[in-house]
Design a protein around this ligand. Structure first.
Ligand SMILES: NC(=O)c1ccc[n+]([C@@H]2O[C@H](COP(=O)([O-])OP(=O)(O)OC[C@H]3O[C@@H](n4cnc5c(N)ncnc54)[C@H](O)[C@@H]3O)[C@@H](O)[C@H]2O)c1
Length: 292
């Protein structure tokens, strides 16, 4: 059976590690030809070689995609090499610091904007003329954090909110060319970012992040790649402007931040209104509790 992405050419950013590596493997298995992009130190060459050994037509591009010349060169390399572009996956991004806002470094704020916002704009800008020729698709990595905010890395959540609105704006204006645009919005995924040993999270943040999912665990990179593959394929031909949450239920979970509030701030203010029936609303209604 032909793969769902047979004959398609995709650029995948941040393809050397984590979710991007999984997207590369999944897209290769679905028959896509690939240009895998990453920062100069990222193992994108290695991933491309692994996929080439499995019969995938895969190439790599090393450069900082937050820089205009690199982003332009990356798209040009894909089109020169494969003759067309059908899919852009803006997966590259960074999660650099965990700190309350008053302590957050200006340096990492600027880097977060560059890598998570500027790169997505530049890559999309340079890809669109080619995607318009193929009625292609652009998918960007959003996040549940773009909807809910990210405590202790508030700038990161802000960059993902940008990506959400940016993709929706692109989806609207590019519909007339037959180009689709969507976000995949993961929850905590089993990559370097969500482990205290390999990322900036401490033990408590790691714990609360997982406890904040309905499914009680990290998602796998492969589970994210499956969503990207569907949205990139013609099976999703009527899906555009979507924020596709694949977050283990983080956005519907009610977490427990109140546990962190010190006792003296939990005291209710003294009432000034003379209310007599505040707790009477369920009187005579036989409220039931059938929890075990
Ligand atoms: N891991 C999670 O829990 C999670 C949750 C929600 C969203 N996401 C999003 O998924 C995407 C991938 O995350 P991941 O966990 O796989 O992280 P990761 O660090 O493994 O992968 C991101 C890759 O992007 C590359 N990159 C960053 N800036 C770049 C630039 N300017 N130019 C080229 N390459 C660049 C990095 O070097 C890295 O290899 C990110 O956009 C992230 O915001 C991840």
């Amino acid at each position: 059976m032909p793969g769902r992405l047979e004959g398609k050419v995709a650029v995948v950013t941040g393809a050397g590690t984590g979710i991007g590596e999984a997207i590369a493997h999944k897209f290769a298995a679905e028959g896509a030809r690939l240009l895998l992009a990453g920062l100069p130190d990222d193992p994108v060459d290695q991933v491309a070689r692994t996929l080439a050994a499995k019969g995938c037509d895969a190439d790599s591009f090393l450069g900082n995609l937050a820089e205009e010349q690199s982003a332009r060169a990356c798209i040009e390399q894909a089109v020169d090499r494969f003759g067309r572009l059908d899919i852009l996956i803006n997966n590259a991004g960074v999660f650099l610091e965990v700190a309350e806002c008053q302590d957050y470094s200006v340096e990492n704020f600027d880097l977060t904007i560059l890598n998570n916002v500027r790169s997505v704009f530049l890559m999309t800008k340079f890809a669109l003329p080619h995607l318009q020729k193929t009625r292609g698709v652009v998918l960007s990595a959003g996040s549940e954090a773009g909807e809910m905010g990210e405590p202790n890395n508030a700038p990161y959540g802000g960059t993902k909110a940008f990506v959400h609105a940016f993709m929706r704006g692109v989806a609207y204006e590019q519909g007339k060319y037959g180009v689709r645009a969507n976000c995949v919005c993961p929850g905590p995924i089993d990559t370097a970012w969500t482990h205290k040993e390999t990322g900036p999270m401490n033990e408590m943040m790691e714990e609360t992040t997982l406890a904040g999912t309905v499914l009680g665990r990290r998602g796998t990179p492969e589970e994210m790649a499956n969503v990207y593959a569907f949205l990139a394929s013609d099976e999703a031909s009527f899906v555009t402007g979507a924020l596709w949450f694949a977050d283990g239920g983080t956005t519907i979970a009610k977490g427990g931040p109140g546990k962190l509030v010190p006792a003296e701030f939990k005291i209710q203010p003294q009432p000034t209104l003379e209310l007599a029936h505040g707790h009477d609303g369920l009187k005579n209604k036989q409220p039931a509790n059938r929890l075990n």
